[in-house]
Design a protein around this ligand. Structure first.
Ligand code: 13P
Length: 261
């Protein structure tokens, strides 16, 4: 691998695939990407009820698995919530925290995301913290301030020994989902530069990977992956068919490798 960092590519399945569908998807994706193991780190984040089947489907960590959310406490009177101990039983690797739908549909705050981040790190998971500004915040010219706040509060108190298990995803709220408007590559570059500045300030000893997400598709993936400080892509809709995701990964991999050489 001559010192090249693997390309980080993942998908959040949101509330879409059942356990049976997740199993079929993962099984296909695993086979289709078999030749890419050393060059890529792939991850899939299914719904909670699909995690057990997902874990039984993936062999030898060929694809890392994550949960879409987690309550920070190990147990308690929190009806409807899922704890780190419950997630540990599945042997999953990642906990996604603060996705824009959690923040804006379920009104989670930076302080709540911070508790989840610290708990995820304490329980041995990779904490994938998502950050992003709304259209109104973008129009007001405060995107960098919003991102800085989400990162500084969200990651507050993380010890440098566990910071090597922090991943960040920049996902502008206005670029996500069916009504999302794909973000111009220049805009993504500016935000990633500013995110990198904050992360270097917070964790000078770590190179925390920063993924880009929000309407990533075959038309924009190439110009996004070549941007400085974009360490991978976090994809929704464009990755939900295994064949299409495999094609997308193969489309960006040579550009990623060229960027590093
Ligand atoms: P889309 O790629 O469908 O816009 O979703 C992105 C996302 O929310 C990944 O977490």
């Amino acid at each position: 691998m001559n010192g090249m960092k693997p390309l980080l590519m993942g998908t959040n399945l949101k509330m879409y695939k059942t356990a049976a569908e997740t199993q079929a998807y993962l099984s296909a994706l695993q086979t289709l990407t078999q030749d890419l193991r050393t060059d890529t780190t792939l991850f899939v984040i299914p719904s909670y009820p699909a995690l057990e089947r997902a874990a039984n489907t993936v062999k030898d960590k060929a694809i890392l698995l994550g949960a879409q959310n987690m309550h920070p406490e190990e147990q308690g009177q929190f009806t409807g919530e899922v704890s780190p101990l419950m997630l540990q039983e599945f042997g999953i690797d990642i906990v996604e925290i603060g996705h824009s739908e959690r923040r804006h549909v379920f009104h989670e705050t930076d302080e709540q995301e911070n508790k989840k981040v610290l708990s995820a790190l304490d329980h041995g998971f990779i904490a994938l913290l998502c950050a992003g500004e709304t259209a109104e915040q973008k129009a007001a010219g405060i995107a960098d301030e919003v991102l800085s706040m989400q990162l500084k509060i969200g990651l507050s108190g993380a010890r440098s020994e566990t910071a090597n298990r922090i991943w960040v995803a920049y996902e502008p709220v206005w670029a996500i989902g069916v009504n999302g408007v794909p973000a111009p590559a220049d805009y993504v570059r500016e935000r990633h530069t500013s995110i990198r500045r904050v992360l270097t300030q917070l964790f000078p000893a770590q190179e925390i990977p920063v993924l880009y997400g929000g309407s990533v598709n075959p038309q924009n993936a190439e110009e996004l992956i070549v941007q400085p400080n974009v360490d991978g892509l976090f994809t929704g809709r464009a990755a939900w068919e295994a064949e299409k995701f495999s094609v997308l990964i193969r489309q960006v991999l040579p550009l990623w490798q060229r960027k590093q050489s």
